[in-house]
Design a protein around this ligand. Sequence first.
Ligand SMILES: Nc1ncnc2c1ncn2[C@@H]1O[C@H](COP(=O)(O)OP(=O)(O)OP(=O)(O)O)[C@@H](O)[C@H]1O
Length: 755
Amino acid sequence: MSASLFLETLRRADLETYYPNFSTAGINDLRGLASLSFQDYAILGVTAIEDRKRLFQLIQTIKSEYPQLNEPPNVYGSKPDFTFPPRNQANPTSLNHQEQIIQDPSLKRILQGQGRGRSTIPALTSNRSRIPSPHISNPRQLVQRPAVMQQQQNDAFEDGEEEEIHVNASPGRKLNAYGVPSRHQSRNSSYSGPKSNAPSNLDDKIRVCVRKRPLSQKELAGSQKDIATVVGSRTIHINEPKQKVDLTKYVEQHSFVFDDVFDSDANNEKVYQRTALPLVEYIFRGGKATCFAYGQTGSGKTYTMLDGAHGLYALAARDIFALLQQPDLSHLAAYIGFYEIYQGHLYDLLNKRKKLFAREDGKKNVVIAGLQEYAIDNVENLMQVFDYGNTIRSTGSTGANEDSSRSHAILQVVLKHKKNKKKFHGKLNFIDLAGSERGADRGDSDQKTRMEGAEINKSLLALKECIRALDQDKRHAPFRQSKLTQVLKDSFVGKSRTCMIATISPNQSNSEHTLNTLRYADRVKELKSERDRAEGVAAGLESSHDPSGLNEELRIDYNSEDLPGYEGYDEEEEEYGNYDEGDDEDSEYEIPSEDEINGLDDLGDIVDEELPLDIEFENEPDGLESYIRKLGIHDLENNSHSRTASTFSTVEVKPTESTQSREKKSSLRFTTKEIDDFVKKHRHSLRDLSDFAKKETKLLADFALVFNANNDMGGAPEDSEKAFEEYFEKLHGFLGQKFEVIQELLHTIDQLSQR
Ligand SMILES: Nc1ncnc2c1ncn2[C@@H]1O[C@H](COP(=O)(O)OP(=O)(O)OP(=O)(O)O)[C@@H](O)[C@H]1O
């Protein structure tokens, strides 16, 4: 890896100031970075908490992009088997590599540039396998991290000068969304997904859309700039103002492509047509659907979902009631419930905030026990009921929004048979999520506000993981991680559709939030086709699990089954009931056992079974002793010469030779009892070590979740640090105990060896 590319990687992680220190310490490539431990940070002069965090994140990203870097260098000390050509150049090496791995002829054609000009417009039917595009790899993430960062004039922003942003959308881009050279060339080249200018499929199981709100009066008065540019119907660029260490200002442009992007002039009706309307139609076909808004506090979630007159819920209600008038649907009626999830508990907003409980009925429908439901057949009544509920909803003032929603509000519309109210037909949930926020936005908040924020972020992370699991056809999804996902479970599995609307604020001071939101949205729906292919490409590179825990793939698997600290953590697994695809062939998604993760899977059996010393003598009562007796050795207690347990099985048996027997006897160092004791001791040690490894695995998973949740939601670095310190201390304890076990065993070996 060239020094300039290494510097570029550091620069994109805002760590370029440390380049001289790294260089001096001989760290000048990714392997060097990947080998750093926390203790090294200070030695390299990385002491500022933000920089430590950035370095940590960079290292984790490198490790997950290049798992082979976790392995020690080979004996010949060769360099990693990848190289990065200079920016702005095609990468023939990677292409060739892909060609070897990718068998799909159409994909190959596209990679070779032969696919251009093909129609890429998907049919407007449910179609999960996307038609490859000649231009874009991930249609929602064109160049999520900038293709180029163009230095700008100083004070360009303050002076209100027009910035000139030169975007180099070279297909040979080498850095991924986090500034790390991407392992998956395929992510950056073209092979999957519809073109960004082709309309998205309204029948997709999961749709992710973005809505940009206009600058507010306050932002305009404060001369804030609009940094979000919508291009076409599916692409959005975020021009992030940045500043180098030498105080020069520049702009980083991030581009994303989603199923739909709505500009600030789009009204709710337009948004509705491409988000909630398909869901309305779907529930009349007997499905369950969820429409939710996700975004930074103050970005327009409530305005979009639950605005009194024009929120999507009201527009949907209008159509639902109209459809119910139709003769062939007149046997159905709509029942409305409105409740909130606040701090992990459910409260009925239409019944004096009565506490509610979520249960599952025999058909795996989630039932909110005790929820007051109203049979409503016109929009006016619905709005009255809704307004009443909304006044009861938990709101609070955060540093970022004076009237911030501190709870998730769920408006539930259930279609039931008029004659048998127990018979469900379809269900549609509108969710106004509590605003995601960073710790910094909470200002000098009290304990309650901080706890609310932590709970909100935790549930938002769980929501993302569930949807991702759903999109990736995983058999297990971590529904139990939060009340929100428990409640929404039946709307995610089986015959279900989900539409997420990521709302963003366009002003420059919110750029970090906006990018967080868009990255969250982007990761909610990693296209299945891309993932499959990426896995195919990676198959030749990856062979081991990454127990570092911050690898995203692993994180999901941990969450799926074994994440500690959540209600019902060790209860039954959540399984999708009605999967139409991949249900039987989910072995690739099997959750690795903790022992596998720790590389102890091969030891597991040995721990619980007899060691093979006496296998040959299973019919003999005394095992080894009997064998030795066969050798004609009787005085087992007093032998004193060199012999090891492992050589017993190779001894040539000549029972009649008494002289030889005596020689063997005299060469024995250990008594049967000693050997037996040692074997037992070793077995116990393995058991102890295995137990510690399990505890460590849980500890790591627990920390990884908190850390990732905090990072993803832009939480306070202090929270991460506190969690890290706790993790650190516990790990220290476990390692100490493991060390004692190993030491004890070594001590016994030493004693025995001195015979
Ligand atoms: N698309 C839009 N067009 C016009 N005004 C908007 C739009 N989106 C939001 N706003 C205005 O921006 C302000 C904040 O919006 P809103 O309350 O919906 O944010 P929020 O994301 O729900 O915040 P919180 O999470 O704190 O509840 C409101 O005054 C709202 O009227």
